[in-house]
Design a protein around this ligand. Structure first.
Ligand SMILES: [Zn+2]
Length: 88
């Protein structure tokens, strides 16, 4: 989409880290911003795009899988070694 905005009615949009994205005006801001990953946009920019709610941040997912331990064998008295029977 070409927009013939001028420097008098447009401004630079910056992502949430302050990096310049593009120059926009009221007419083309939504069109231009939607090319970007919502994760890098500021809350205000997301609202321009009609994205409601929080966009999930990238985060390290800690895979907290606990390995199941093998159950301890229950002590079995029947298998206990008993005194041998001496047969006289
Ligand atoms: Zn424009």
């Amino acid at each position: 989409m070409d927009c013939n905005h001028t420097k008098f009615n447009s401004w630079w949009e910056h992502d949430k880290q302050g990096i310049e994205l593009c120059r926009v005006c009221d007419h083309c801001i939504a069109e231009r911003l939607k090319k970007y990953d919502p994760a890098v946009l500021t809350q205000c920019q997301r609202e321009v795009l009609g994205i409601s709610g929080d966009v999930p941040e990238y985060e390290d997912v800690v895979d907290d899988t606990i390995e199941a331990e093998d159950g301890m064998e229950p002590y079995n008295e029947d298998l206990a070694i008993s005194e041998p029977d001496y047969d006289f």
